[in-house]
Design a protein around this ligand. Structure first.
Ligand code: ADP
Ligand code: ASP
Ligand code: MG
Length: 402
């Protein structure tokens, strides 16, 4: 069997943890399996590198940021290889160049396009454990790129797909996917299984336990994905196309504080207005999330939307740069807002789920700034300070507690 195992930052945070990872991989290797290991940067190293960069230059270039951040993963794979060596098991570390892992060209948020498997296969054939850097790739200019925060999960799933691995295991600091972030909701319940679609929504809406693109890719290529703890032998959560267990109305609650609301006030109420605004943002590679368009009045209308918090300043700049074309009266950017979402396939056949969500927010005296829904989710935008209260209230009202 070929098994891909990915370990996140806390799982390789220090010497003991690195040896723990090595031992877990060796157990698998000694059963005769081929083992490919994907590692994240140690502990909070990525955050620390970002701080170091900001200390030098408030607005560092994205290329140089990726050059810097890729050193985090390179450090952990090399140290892990040394640990395997000390334990007497042949292993080799490889970075994105050595593999090679080809991505799109956009720094800081690149997408994996193609992974060469020859080098990894060659090393596995020599009966080595292959340790690969997560989160990074190379682009057509021959530069390092990164896949966005949390992107090592996506490296693991993409490699599992490229190598046609028999299993892909994501080891982290919780023992599976819960009904809500267990750090926010104390009585959150662990799910034994979850559908790709529900997990994709939870991940996209802020459940940082998996990078959303890793879920997208697992679904697309049918990769059997398990999320489990690197420190215990608990079973973990299995991702599947369909799940057997009886579903609650809602499978989980997610929240995302990395969010900003931008309002463009006094746009002209004519065909093409929304197109011009969102086309300008799309051309600058800025993803827009929730969108609210006001009822037109006196030939003007307002459009408000949310973007990932890190892109708020970029979005404002793009709109200001296009002011003469967009013709608006006022531009406002509100940071300190957050999304809270409920997700569940069960809501498709049950009316009243959104109303229940709004009711519980009302009972908690929380004001809703924006709403968006799909067949299997309801998202509200609220003040960042109220997130814990809102997530717990929603978790309670839908009876998700353990
Ligand atoms: P790693 O470094 O292993 O990739 P992350 O910090 O990226 O770990 O992801 C694990 C964290 O995700 C957990 O510590 C937990 O706080 C958070 N999390 C958010 N939502 C959920 C959820 N629904 N289930 C489990 N963990 C969640
Ligand atoms: N080290 C990167 C991060 O902290 C990637 C990852 O951990 O998945 O975002
Ligand atoms: Mg992660």
């Amino acid at each position: 069997m070929l098994i891909v195992k990915k370990f996140g930052g806390t799982s390789v945070a220090n010497k003991e943890r690195i040896y723990n990872v090595a031992r877990r991989c060796i157990d698998e290797y000694q059963k005769g399996n081929d083992v490919v290991v994907i590692l994240s940067a140690m502990g909070k190293m990525t955050d620390e590198l970002i701080e170091m960069a900001k200390n030098i230059n408030h607005n560092p270039s994205k290329r140089e940021m990726d050059m810097l951040l890729t050193t985090g993963e390179q450090t952990s794979v090399a140290l892990a290889a040394m640990a395997f060596d000390a334990l007497g098991v042949p292993a080799i570390s490889l970075n994105a160049f050595q593999v090679a892992m080809h991505t799109t060209s956009n720094y800081s948020n690149a997408r994996l396009k193609r992974i060469d498997t020859e080098r990894i296969r060659h090393e596995l054939d020599q009966r080595k454990i292959v340790i690969v850097t997560g989160f990074q790739g190379i682009n057509k200019y021959g530069d390092y790129t990164t896949l966005g925060r949390g992107g090592s999960d996506t490296t693991a799933v993409a490699l599992a797909a490229a190598l046609k691995a028999d299993a892909c295991e994501i080891y982290t600091d919780v023992d599976g996917v819960y009904t809500a972030d267990p750090r926010i909701v104390r009585n959150a319940k662990k799910l034994t299984e979850i559908t790709y679609d529900e997990m994709l929504d939870l991940a996209t809406l802020g459940a940082g336990v998996l990078h959303n693109r890793s879920v997208e890719m697992a679904k697309k290529y049918g990769v059997q994905l398990v999320v489990r703890s690197s420190l215990t032998n608990e079973e973990g959560t299995v991702l599947k196309e369909e799940v057997k267990v009886e579903r609650m109305l809602i499978s989980g609650v997610a929240s995302d504080k990395n969010c900003a609301k931008i309002s463009v006030v006094g746009l002209s109420d004519k065909p093409g207005t929304a197109f011009r605004l969102f086309d300008a943002l799309a051309s600058a590679n800025i993803n827009v999330d929730m969108i609210l368009q006001s009822v037109g009045r006196d030939n003007t209308q307002d459009i408000a939307f949310t973007v990932v918090g890190d892109y708020a300043d970029d979005a404002v700049k793009v709109i200001e740069d296009n002011k003469s074309r967009l013709k608006y009266q006022k531009l406002e950017c509100e940071k300190g807002v957050a999304k809270v979402s409920i997700v569940g396939a069960g809501m498709m056949s049950n009316p009243g789920v959104a109303a229940k969500m709004f009711e519980c927010l009302y009972n908690s005296n929380i004001n809703i700034k924006m709403i968006s829904t799909s067949e299997i989710r309801v998202t509200v935008l609220i003040d960042e300070k109220e997130v814990e209260k809102a997530v717990n209230a929603a978790h309670d009202i839908f009876g998700l507690a353990d």
